[in-house]
Design a protein around this ligand. Structure first.
Ligand code: IMP
Length: 429
Protein backbone atom coordinates (compact mmCIF):
# COMPACT_ATOMS: atom_id res chain seq x y z
CA UNK A 1 0.00 0.00 0.00
CA UNK A 2 1.18 3.45 -0.81
CA UNK A 3 0.56 6.93 0.43
CA UNK A 4 -2.29 8.82 -1.19
CA UNK A 5 -1.28 10.81 -4.21
CA UNK A 6 -2.06 14.49 -3.80
CA UNK A 7 -5.39 16.00 -4.94
CA UNK A 8 -7.05 12.65 -4.49
CA UNK A 9 -8.58 10.88 -1.59
CA UNK A 10 -8.99 7.36 -0.32
CA UNK A 11 -12.22 5.95 0.96
CA UNK A 12 -12.07 3.14 3.52
CA UNK A 13 -15.25 1.14 3.83
CA UNK A 14 -16.69 -2.15 5.04
CA UNK A 15 -17.15 -4.76 2.33
CA UNK A 16 -20.09 -6.73 3.73
CA UNK A 17 -22.38 -5.78 6.63
CA UNK A 18 -20.04 -3.62 8.68
CA UNK A 19 -18.03 -4.56 11.80
CA UNK A 20 -15.01 -5.47 9.69
CA UNK A 21 -12.65 -3.56 11.95
CA UNK A 22 -12.48 -0.32 9.96
CA UNK A 23 -11.73 1.77 13.05
CA UNK A 24 -8.38 0.14 13.65
CA UNK A 25 -7.50 0.21 9.95
CA UNK A 26 -8.28 3.94 9.67
CA UNK A 27 -6.21 4.51 12.78
CA UNK A 28 -3.30 2.61 11.18
CA UNK A 29 -3.66 4.42 7.84
CA UNK A 30 -4.05 7.76 9.65
CA UNK A 31 -0.32 7.63 10.41
CA UNK A 32 0.16 9.49 7.13
CA UNK A 33 -3.23 11.26 6.98
CA UNK A 34 -3.92 14.96 7.16
CA UNK A 35 -7.70 14.60 7.26
CA UNK A 36 -10.11 11.79 8.24
CA UNK A 37 -13.75 12.46 7.36
CA UNK A 38 -16.93 10.53 8.03
CA UNK A 39 -19.48 10.77 5.20
CA UNK A 40 -22.47 8.78 6.35
CA UNK A 41 -24.27 6.91 9.09
CA UNK A 42 -24.46 8.18 12.63
CA UNK A 43 -23.88 6.78 16.08
CA UNK A 44 -25.24 3.44 14.89
CA UNK A 45 -21.59 2.81 13.93
CA UNK A 46 -19.11 1.49 16.45
CA UNK A 47 -15.43 1.75 15.59
CA UNK A 48 -13.28 -0.05 18.12
CA UNK A 49 -9.68 1.02 18.68
CA UNK A 50 -7.07 0.06 21.21
CA UNK A 51 -5.36 3.09 22.66
CA UNK A 52 -2.78 3.07 25.43
CA UNK A 53 -3.81 -0.53 26.10
CA UNK A 54 -7.44 0.42 26.55
CA UNK A 55 -10.40 -0.40 24.33
CA UNK A 56 -12.02 2.71 22.92
CA UNK A 57 -15.25 2.69 20.91
CA UNK A 58 -15.96 5.65 18.63
CA UNK A 59 -19.46 6.08 17.26
CA UNK A 60 -19.62 9.52 15.67
CA UNK A 61 -16.11 10.91 15.98
CA UNK A 62 -13.79 9.90 13.09
CA UNK A 63 -11.11 7.33 13.88
CA UNK A 64 -8.29 9.81 13.19
CA UNK A 65 -8.93 11.51 16.54
CA UNK A 66 -6.11 9.57 18.24
CA UNK A 67 -3.49 11.01 15.86
CA UNK A 68 -2.71 14.58 16.94
CA UNK A 69 -1.87 15.88 13.44
CA UNK A 70 -5.16 14.75 11.89
CA UNK A 71 -8.11 17.04 11.19
CA UNK A 72 -11.28 15.02 11.85
CA UNK A 73 -14.43 15.95 9.96
CA UNK A 74 -18.02 14.87 10.52
CA UNK A 75 -19.40 15.41 7.03
CA UNK A 76 -22.81 16.64 5.92
CA UNK A 77 -23.98 13.09 5.18
CA UNK A 78 -23.67 12.02 8.82
CA UNK A 79 -26.79 12.18 10.97
CA UNK A 80 -25.77 13.82 14.24
CA UNK A 81 -27.50 13.20 17.55
CA UNK A 82 -26.32 16.31 19.41
CA UNK A 83 -26.85 14.76 22.85
CA UNK A 84 -24.80 11.75 21.86
CA UNK A 85 -22.11 13.94 20.29
CA UNK A 86 -21.74 15.90 23.51
CA UNK A 87 -21.49 12.70 25.56
CA UNK A 88 -19.00 11.06 23.20
CA UNK A 89 -16.80 14.17 23.27
CA UNK A 90 -16.92 14.31 27.07
CA UNK A 91 -16.04 10.61 27.25
CA UNK A 92 -13.00 11.06 25.00
CA UNK A 93 -11.76 14.09 26.90
CA UNK A 94 -12.16 12.18 30.19
CA UNK A 95 -9.92 9.44 28.75
CA UNK A 96 -7.25 11.98 27.91
CA UNK A 97 -7.84 12.20 24.14
CA UNK A 98 -6.98 15.63 22.87
CA UNK A 99 -10.09 17.09 21.24
CA UNK A 100 -9.71 20.70 20.06
CA UNK A 101 -13.04 21.88 18.68
CA UNK A 102 -12.56 23.86 15.49
CA UNK A 103 -8.93 22.71 15.25
CA UNK A 104 -8.81 18.92 15.11
CA UNK A 105 -12.58 18.34 14.95
CA UNK A 106 -15.13 19.95 12.64
CA UNK A 107 -18.82 19.15 12.25
CA UNK A 108 -20.70 20.03 9.07
CA UNK A 109 -23.29 22.75 9.51
CA UNK A 110 -25.31 20.88 6.89
CA UNK A 111 -25.46 17.57 8.80
CA UNK A 112 -29.03 16.49 9.70
CA UNK A 113 -29.89 16.24 13.39
CA UNK A 114 -31.23 13.16 15.14
CA UNK A 115 -33.60 14.35 17.86
CA UNK A 116 -35.16 12.31 20.68
CA UNK A 117 -38.36 12.01 18.63
CA UNK A 118 -36.42 10.15 15.91
CA UNK A 119 -35.23 7.59 18.42
CA UNK A 120 -38.80 7.09 19.62
CA UNK A 121 -40.06 6.75 16.04
CA UNK A 122 -37.29 4.25 15.17
CA UNK A 123 -38.40 2.05 18.05
CA UNK A 124 -42.08 2.42 17.16
CA UNK A 125 -41.39 1.49 13.53
CA UNK A 126 -39.53 -1.65 14.60
CA UNK A 127 -42.41 -2.59 16.91
CA UNK A 128 -44.93 -2.12 14.10
CA UNK A 129 -42.85 -4.26 11.72
CA UNK A 130 -43.12 -7.16 14.20
CA UNK A 131 -41.60 -10.35 12.76
CA UNK A 132 -40.42 -8.36 9.72
CA UNK A 133 -38.31 -6.03 11.85
CA UNK A 134 -34.96 -4.84 10.54
CA UNK A 135 -33.14 -5.11 13.83
CA UNK A 136 -32.04 -1.46 13.76
CA UNK A 137 -29.72 -0.08 16.40
CA UNK A 138 -32.70 1.94 17.70
CA UNK A 139 -30.72 5.17 17.47
CA UNK A 140 -33.17 7.10 15.26
CA UNK A 141 -31.07 6.79 12.11
CA UNK A 142 -33.85 5.91 9.63
CA UNK A 143 -36.39 8.53 10.81
CA UNK A 144 -33.71 11.28 10.78
CA UNK A 145 -32.67 10.46 7.20
CA UNK A 146 -36.37 10.31 6.26
CA UNK A 147 -36.87 13.83 7.60
CA UNK A 148 -33.88 15.04 5.61
CA UNK A 149 -35.43 13.59 2.43
CA UNK A 150 -38.75 15.09 3.49
CA UNK A 151 -37.05 18.46 4.08
CA UNK A 152 -38.56 18.79 7.53
CA UNK A 153 -35.52 17.94 9.62
CA UNK A 154 -33.17 20.33 11.42
CA UNK A 155 -29.44 20.60 10.80
CA UNK A 156 -26.34 21.16 12.90
CA UNK A 157 -26.20 24.80 11.70
CA UNK A 158 -29.58 25.38 13.37
CA UNK A 159 -27.97 24.69 16.77
CA UNK A 160 -26.28 28.08 16.61
CA UNK A 161 -29.26 29.99 15.13
CA UNK A 162 -31.92 30.37 17.85
CA UNK A 163 -34.66 31.76 15.60
CA UNK A 164 -34.28 29.18 12.89
CA UNK A 165 -34.11 26.46 15.53
CA UNK A 166 -37.37 27.60 17.18
CA UNK A 167 -39.22 27.84 13.86
CA UNK A 168 -37.87 24.52 12.57
CA UNK A 169 -38.68 22.73 15.79
CA UNK A 170 -42.23 24.09 15.82
CA UNK A 171 -42.82 22.82 12.29
CA UNK A 172 -41.24 19.44 12.99
CA UNK A 173 -43.15 18.88 16.24
CA UNK A 174 -46.45 19.91 14.59
CA UNK A 175 -45.78 17.03 12.20
CA UNK A 176 -44.44 14.49 14.68
CA UNK A 177 -46.32 14.98 17.95
CA UNK A 178 -49.62 13.64 16.52
CA UNK A 179 -47.72 10.54 15.37
CA UNK A 180 -46.14 10.03 18.78
CA UNK A 181 -49.57 10.48 20.37
CA UNK A 182 -51.13 7.93 18.04
CA UNK A 183 -48.62 5.38 19.34
CA UNK A 184 -49.34 6.26 22.98
CA UNK A 185 -46.05 8.14 23.44
CA UNK A 186 -45.82 11.51 25.22
CA UNK A 187 -45.60 14.56 22.94
CA UNK A 188 -42.35 16.52 22.91
CA UNK A 189 -42.29 20.09 24.22
CA UNK A 190 -40.44 22.54 22.05
CA UNK A 191 -39.21 24.92 24.76
CA UNK A 192 -37.00 22.67 26.92
CA UNK A 193 -35.69 20.81 23.86
CA UNK A 194 -34.71 24.06 22.15
CA UNK A 195 -32.89 25.18 25.30
CA UNK A 196 -30.91 21.94 25.48
CA UNK A 197 -30.05 22.12 21.79
CA UNK A 198 -28.87 25.71 21.95
CA UNK A 199 -26.65 24.88 24.92
CA UNK A 200 -25.07 22.04 22.95
CA UNK A 201 -24.65 24.37 19.96
CA UNK A 202 -22.85 26.87 22.17
CA UNK A 203 -20.55 24.12 23.40
CA UNK A 204 -19.71 23.04 19.86
CA UNK A 205 -18.92 26.61 18.87
CA UNK A 206 -16.08 26.79 16.38
CA UNK A 207 -16.42 23.12 15.44
CA UNK A 208 -19.56 23.90 13.37
CA UNK A 209 -18.26 24.66 9.88
CA UNK A 210 -18.69 24.49 6.13
CA UNK A 211 -16.78 21.22 6.01
CA UNK A 212 -17.34 20.72 2.25
CA UNK A 213 -15.30 23.85 1.59
CA UNK A 214 -12.62 22.68 4.05
CA UNK A 215 -12.36 19.29 2.36
CA UNK A 216 -12.22 20.70 -1.17
CA UNK A 217 -9.47 23.07 -0.08
CA UNK A 218 -7.56 20.23 1.55
CA UNK A 219 -7.66 18.29 -1.72
CA UNK A 220 -6.59 21.33 -3.74
CA UNK A 221 -3.67 21.79 -1.37
CA UNK A 222 -2.59 18.20 -1.90
CA UNK A 223 -3.40 17.02 1.63
CA UNK A 224 -3.91 13.33 2.29
CA UNK A 225 -7.60 12.79 2.95
CA UNK A 226 -9.24 9.55 4.08
CA UNK A 227 -13.00 9.13 4.00
CA UNK A 228 -14.12 6.75 6.71
CA UNK A 229 -17.11 4.62 5.82
CA UNK A 230 -19.61 3.50 8.40
CA UNK A 231 -21.42 0.15 8.15
CA UNK A 232 -20.65 -1.69 4.88
CA UNK A 233 -21.56 -1.90 1.20
CA UNK A 234 -24.25 -4.53 1.84
CA UNK A 235 -25.95 -2.15 4.30
CA UNK A 236 -26.12 0.62 1.66
CA UNK A 237 -29.73 1.81 1.32
CA UNK A 238 -29.70 1.31 -2.46
CA UNK A 239 -27.13 -1.39 -3.12
CA UNK A 240 -27.41 -3.49 0.04
CA UNK A 241 -29.76 -6.24 1.15
CA UNK A 242 -32.84 -3.97 1.22
CA UNK A 243 -34.87 -3.56 3.38
CA UNK A 244 -32.35 -5.01 5.85
CA UNK A 245 -29.98 -2.09 5.39
CA UNK A 246 -29.23 1.20 7.04
CA UNK A 247 -30.65 4.45 5.65
CA UNK A 248 -27.54 6.00 4.11
CA UNK A 249 -25.26 5.49 1.13
CA UNK A 250 -22.62 3.41 2.87
CA UNK A 251 -20.86 2.51 -0.39
CA UNK A 252 -18.25 4.75 -1.98
CA UNK A 253 -20.97 6.61 -3.88
CA UNK A 254 -21.89 8.17 -0.54
CA UNK A 255 -18.59 10.03 -0.28
CA UNK A 256 -19.47 12.80 -2.72
CA UNK A 257 -23.01 13.11 -1.35
CA UNK A 258 -21.96 13.02 2.27
CA UNK A 259 -18.92 15.25 2.17
CA UNK A 260 -19.19 17.74 -0.70
CA UNK A 261 -16.16 16.65 -2.73
CA UNK A 262 -16.50 15.64 -6.38
CA UNK A 263 -16.74 11.89 -7.12
CA UNK A 264 -13.57 11.95 -9.22
CA UNK A 265 -11.54 12.88 -6.14
CA UNK A 266 -11.91 9.33 -4.86
CA UNK A 267 -9.18 7.39 -6.58
CA UNK A 268 -8.52 4.71 -3.98
CA UNK A 269 -11.23 2.63 -2.38
CA UNK A 270 -9.94 0.40 0.40
CA UNK A 271 -12.36 -2.38 1.27
CA UNK A 272 -12.05 -3.84 4.75
CA UNK A 273 -13.25 -7.41 5.02
CA UNK A 274 -13.04 -9.99 7.78
CA UNK A 275 -11.40 -13.34 7.11
CA UNK A 276 -14.89 -14.76 7.77
CA UNK A 277 -18.32 -13.07 7.67
CA UNK A 278 -20.54 -11.54 10.35
CA UNK A 279 -23.78 -9.63 10.51
CA UNK A 280 -25.82 -7.98 13.29
CA UNK A 281 -29.52 -7.39 12.99
CA UNK A 282 -31.93 -9.23 10.74
CA UNK A 283 -31.72 -9.99 7.03
CA UNK A 284 -30.29 -12.57 4.65
CA UNK A 285 -26.82 -14.01 5.25
CA UNK A 286 -26.17 -16.90 2.83
CA UNK A 287 -22.98 -18.26 4.42
CA UNK A 288 -24.27 -18.01 8.01
CA UNK A 289 -23.36 -20.88 10.34
CA UNK A 290 -26.23 -21.41 12.77
CA UNK A 291 -24.31 -24.25 14.45
CA UNK A 292 -21.41 -25.02 16.78
CA UNK A 293 -18.84 -23.77 14.22
CA UNK A 294 -20.63 -20.41 14.09
CA UNK A 295 -20.60 -20.26 17.87
CA UNK A 296 -16.87 -21.10 17.87
CA UNK A 297 -16.23 -18.21 15.46
CA UNK A 298 -18.29 -15.87 17.68
CA UNK A 299 -16.28 -16.79 20.77
CA UNK A 300 -12.87 -16.79 19.03
CA UNK A 301 -13.56 -13.45 17.31
CA UNK A 302 -15.36 -11.87 20.30
CA UNK A 303 -18.19 -11.14 17.93
CA UNK A 304 -20.54 -8.95 19.90
CA UNK A 305 -21.82 -5.62 18.52
CA UNK A 306 -19.76 -2.63 19.69
CA UNK A 307 -22.81 -0.33 19.63
CA UNK A 308 -25.57 -2.57 20.96
CA UNK A 309 -23.67 -5.51 22.48
CA UNK A 310 -25.79 -7.91 20.42
CA UNK A 311 -24.15 -11.26 19.51
CA UNK A 312 -23.11 -11.09 15.85
CA UNK A 313 -24.24 -13.80 13.46
CA UNK A 314 -21.15 -15.58 12.09
CA UNK A 315 -20.37 -17.54 8.93
CA UNK A 316 -17.75 -18.34 6.31
CA UNK A 317 -16.20 -15.81 3.94
CA UNK A 318 -18.60 -15.12 1.08
CA UNK A 319 -16.72 -14.48 -2.17
CA UNK A 320 -19.94 -13.91 -4.15
CA UNK A 321 -20.96 -11.06 -1.85
CA UNK A 322 -17.38 -9.75 -1.67
CA UNK A 323 -17.01 -9.62 -5.45
CA UNK A 324 -20.32 -7.75 -5.73
CA UNK A 325 -19.15 -5.13 -3.24
CA UNK A 326 -15.79 -4.82 -5.00
CA UNK A 327 -17.70 -4.07 -8.21
CA UNK A 328 -20.32 -1.73 -6.74
CA UNK A 329 -17.90 0.31 -4.64
CA UNK A 330 -14.98 0.18 -7.09
CA UNK A 331 -12.73 -1.30 -4.41
CA UNK A 332 -9.11 -1.02 -5.49
CA UNK A 333 -7.48 -2.96 -2.65
CA UNK A 334 -8.58 -5.13 0.24
CA UNK A 335 -7.64 -5.25 3.90
CA UNK A 336 -8.34 -8.61 5.56
CA UNK A 337 -8.95 -8.43 9.32
CA UNK A 338 -9.21 -11.07 12.07
CA UNK A 339 -7.12 -13.64 10.18
CA UNK A 340 -5.80 -14.82 13.58
CA UNK A 341 -9.34 -15.85 14.59
CA UNK A 342 -9.34 -18.68 12.01
CA UNK A 343 -6.55 -20.52 13.83
CA UNK A 344 -7.62 -24.11 14.47
CA UNK A 345 -10.53 -24.14 11.99
CA UNK A 346 -9.84 -26.94 9.52
CA UNK A 347 -10.97 -26.89 6.79
CA UNK A 348 -11.64 -23.19 6.28
CA UNK A 349 -14.56 -22.81 3.89
CA UNK A 350 -15.27 -20.07 1.36
CA UNK A 351 -18.60 -19.59 -0.43
CA UNK A 352 -17.74 -19.38 -4.13
CA UNK A 353 -21.21 -19.60 -5.73
CA UNK A 354 -24.89 -19.92 -4.80
CA UNK A 355 -27.37 -22.62 -5.74
CA UNK A 356 -30.83 -21.19 -6.33
CA UNK A 357 -33.77 -23.21 -7.66
CA UNK A 358 -31.40 -25.81 -9.10
CA UNK A 359 -29.22 -23.18 -10.81
CA UNK A 360 -25.66 -22.12 -9.96
CA UNK A 361 -25.23 -18.36 -9.76
CA UNK A 362 -22.11 -16.35 -9.15
CA UNK A 363 -23.74 -12.90 -9.22
CA UNK A 364 -25.10 -11.50 -5.95
CA UNK A 365 -28.89 -11.29 -6.40
CA UNK A 366 -31.14 -8.39 -5.34
CA UNK A 367 -34.02 -10.65 -4.30
CA UNK A 368 -34.61 -14.09 -2.77
CA UNK A 369 -31.26 -14.21 -0.97
CA UNK A 370 -32.99 -16.17 1.77
CA UNK A 371 -33.43 -19.03 -0.63
CA UNK A 372 -29.87 -19.42 -1.90
CA UNK A 373 -27.61 -22.25 -0.76
CA UNK A 374 -23.90 -21.49 -0.85
CA UNK A 375 -21.44 -23.72 -2.65
CA UNK A 376 -18.16 -23.96 -0.74
CA UNK A 377 -14.52 -24.41 -1.60
CA UNK A 378 -12.57 -26.03 1.28
CA UNK A 379 -9.09 -24.84 2.13
CA UNK A 380 -6.62 -26.27 4.65
CA UNK A 381 -6.51 -24.57 8.04
CA UNK A 382 -3.56 -23.53 10.20
CA UNK A 383 -2.82 -24.32 13.83
CA UNK A 384 -0.16 -21.72 14.63
CA UNK A 385 -0.65 -18.54 16.68
CA UNK A 386 -0.12 -15.78 14.10
CA UNK A 387 -0.79 -12.75 16.31
CA UNK A 388 2.94 -11.95 16.44
CA UNK A 389 3.60 -12.36 12.70
CA UNK A 390 4.57 -9.12 10.87
CA UNK A 391 5.68 -10.41 7.45
CA UNK A 392 3.54 -12.24 4.92
CA UNK A 393 6.31 -14.75 4.27
CA UNK A 394 6.29 -15.68 7.98
CA UNK A 395 2.62 -16.71 7.93
CA UNK A 396 1.94 -20.46 7.84
CA UNK A 397 1.66 -21.73 4.26
CA UNK A 398 -2.08 -22.44 4.69
CA UNK A 399 -2.73 -18.86 5.84
CA UNK A 400 -0.79 -17.48 2.87
CA UNK A 401 -2.75 -19.70 0.53
CA UNK A 402 -6.02 -18.59 2.11
CA UNK A 403 -5.23 -14.91 1.50
CA UNK A 404 -4.11 -15.63 -2.06
CA UNK A 405 -7.33 -17.55 -2.69
CA UNK A 406 -9.43 -14.62 -1.42
CA UNK A 407 -7.49 -12.28 -3.70
CA UNK A 408 -8.13 -14.52 -6.68
CA UNK A 409 -11.83 -14.78 -5.92
CA UNK A 410 -12.31 -11.07 -5.19
CA UNK A 411 -10.19 -9.93 -8.12
CA UNK A 412 -8.25 -7.33 -6.13
CA UNK A 413 -5.05 -7.41 -4.15
CA UNK A 414 -4.93 -7.73 -0.37
CA UNK A 415 -2.59 -4.94 0.75
CA UNK A 416 -2.86 -5.26 4.51
CA UNK A 417 -3.73 -8.06 6.92
CA UNK A 418 -4.70 -7.59 10.54
CA UNK A 419 -3.80 -10.31 13.05
CA UNK A 420 -4.96 -8.79 16.35
CA UNK A 421 -6.59 -5.71 17.86
CA UNK A 422 -3.46 -3.59 18.49
CA UNK A 423 -2.09 -1.03 16.02
CA UNK A 424 1.12 -3.00 15.58
CA UNK A 425 -0.63 -6.28 14.73
CA UNK A 426 -0.64 -5.79 10.98
CA UNK A 427 1.14 -7.30 8.00
CA UNK A 428 1.82 -4.89 5.09
CA UNK A 429 2.32 -6.39 1.65
P1 IMP B 1 -29.91 1.33 11.65
O1 IMP B 1 -28.73 1.83 10.91
O2 IMP B 1 -29.84 1.55 13.13
O3 IMP B 1 -31.21 1.83 11.06
O4 IMP B 1 -29.94 -0.26 11.48
C1 IMP B 1 -30.20 -0.88 10.22
C2 IMP B 1 -29.36 -2.15 10.06
O5 IMP B 1 -27.99 -1.80 9.94
C3 IMP B 1 -29.44 -3.11 11.24
O6 IMP B 1 -29.33 -4.43 10.74
C4 IMP B 1 -28.20 -2.78 12.05
O7 IMP B 1 -27.77 -3.86 12.84
C5 IMP B 1 -27.24 -2.47 10.93
N1 IMP B 1 -26.14 -1.57 11.34
C6 IMP B 1 -26.22 -0.24 11.51
N2 IMP B 1 -25.02 0.26 11.85
C7 IMP B 1 -24.17 -0.77 11.87
C8 IMP B 1 -22.76 -0.89 12.10
O8 IMP B 1 -22.03 0.09 12.35
N3 IMP B 1 -22.23 -2.14 12.02
C9 IMP B 1 -23.00 -3.22 11.70
N4 IMP B 1 -24.29 -3.16 11.47
C10 IMP B 1 -24.88 -1.95 11.54
Amino acid sequence: MTRNPSKSAACVLGVLWGDEGKGKIIDVLAQDADVVARYGGGHNAGHTLVWRGERLVLHLIPSGILRPQVLNVIGNGVVVDPFHLRNELEGLVAKGVEVRLGTNLLVSERAPLILPLHRALDQVAEHVRGAGRIGTTGRGIGPAYADRANRSGLRVGDLIRPQRLAAGLEHLLAEKNPVLKAFGLPPIEAGPLAEDLLRIGEGLGAAVADTGAVLRRALRDGRRVYFEGAQGVLLDVDHGTYPFVTSSSASSGGVAIGSGVPPAAIQRVVGVVKAYATRVGEGPFPSELADATGERLRVAGREYGSTTGRPRRCGWFDAVACRYSVDVAGITELVVTNLDVLRGFDPIRVAVAYQVAGRRVTEFPAFDLDEVRPEYQDLPGFQEDITGVRRFADLPAAAQRYIETLEGLAGVRVGLISVGPAREQVIWR
